[in-house]
Write a protein that binds this ligand. Sequence first.
Ligand code: HEM
Length: 264
Amino acid sequence: MNKFAYSALIAFVSSLLTLIAVVWVAPTVAESDARVREITLDELATHNSADSCWKEIEGLVYDVTDFIDRHPTPASVMTQWCGRPSTEGWVDKGNGRPHSQGAEALLDDFLVGYLEGADVDLAALNQSINEAAVDASERTATGTEGQGVRYRDGSYYAEAEPGSRGTFGIIEISVQGNRIVGVYFDEFARDEDGTVNYRKSADMNYAERWRRVSGGVTQLSTYPAYERMLIEQGVPEGVDAISGATGAHEAFVGLAAQALSDAR
Ligand code: HEM
């Protein structure tokens, strides 16, 4: 084959490949949900503080600003990764251990996009996001509105009686426009003069003991998961028990019902 025919063949084949690529790839990108967009390293780097904290973890970018206060470590452990590729901090929390499945499930809520050039399956990602959106709308239909409950706007608090170890559960629920918009659940203990001297969500020794008997589940991920379920479902009966955390589930549901009875 002469040089000219050879270059013509190469040009033809490459334009054919481009055409195939456009035909195959374009619909996937066009179908992409606005929520999952491409994010450059430069854009990621602008969200590098506690006021706006984005992290790239395994190709996906998450806005975890609202979770900094709930993360069971001093804030600096989280904020030192803001605006950066953070897979390294995610897969090794500093003690050689990765985050739990419970923590992984929380991540979904914070997704904003994927990092430029990341090897992510966009079609699968969009599908799972769309399925999650459908789930959420179904949950809303059977949540506050569907249950026919009416909550008054306000902040509602309930506290359990101290148990044998002196700790007691507390819950605080915020309602706006007949929707639960915020939930905080924890266990505290007080010393004799009434000062709170213990908060279970920050008790790493307890988490370690719980982790060993429950196959990895701890209060550090189950408390936020129960809180999220109550926001989504609108009623305490809609909060499912997480296996390995049924005692906490019972305490959570009981306190939620108690606090919300003041909201009706
Ligand atoms: C990428 C930077 C991050 C670092 C360096 C980091 C580090 C840590 C450390 C040191 C702990 C406590 C020790 C332990 O539980 O073993 C922890 C626990 C935890 N972190 Fe992070 N974290 C990071 C990001 C995140 C993000 C973005 C989330 C949000 C979903 C998160 C959720 C949790 C949860 C739920 C726990 C409780 C334990 C577990 O379920 O694994 N972390 N993390």
